[in-house]
Design a protein around this ligand. Sequence first.
Ligand SMILES: Cc1cc2nc3c(=O)[nH]c(=O)nc-3n(C[C@H](O)[C@H](O)[C@H](O)COP(=O)(O)O)c2cc1C
Length: 189
Amino acid sequence: MKLCVVIGSGKVGGNTEQLADAFIKGAQEAGHEAVKLHLGKLKIGPCLGCNACTKGIPCVQKDDFHLFAEAFSACDAVIWTTPLYFWGISAQLKALIDRLYSIGEKDPKGYYFLYPAKKCAMLITGADSDRHFWAFELVEHYYRRLVSYMRWTDLGFFTAGGCGGSAFPRCIEKTPHLQRAYEFGKQLR
Ligand SMILES: Cc1cc2nc3c(=O)[nH]c(=O)nc-3n(C[C@H](O)[C@H](O)[C@H](O)COP(=O)(O)O)c2cc1C
């Protein structure tokens, strides 16, 4: 498979990118190809809601979104990665996902938009452990709704709690998550 791996963190080399790299290593060893896009290195603005794209006009924002659109169009699976921010995904990743709106096509049979068929997974890091403060519950709900609306095939929702980075220093390398992410990548079908 061709994977488009989106690092939805502003931090280069942080917990989220390390997790994504471990996942990519496993996936590549299993024979998959990966293109990595780091949102901390790109400028992708939030959707302006102008709806030009729903009238057949290309997105009015001239930023780095086209780099994602090209990788997305060529991939079989899109892999979202993000730090947990206040029980949600990062603003960078949310902005990118909202911009998918500009590549949706009106469903002639109804109210919905149609998007290219893809496989999809999400990997998320957080300071809290998976069991505390319902850390990843809302993002998991959001992810499952998104995958279902897009009619994508779910490859998994992977959580990595207890990685520090807010009250304590970042420490993902001291957790089992990098090995787990490597194995997740390696078993990808
Ligand atoms: C603005 C902000 C909000 C955060 N909110 C949460 C949160 O709600 N729950 C949590 O467990 N960790 C939270 N964290 C910690 C990050 O999710 C965690 O450190 C993550 O692994 C950072 O990834 P990075 O190294 O790629 O930036 C927050 C961190 C920041 C900077």
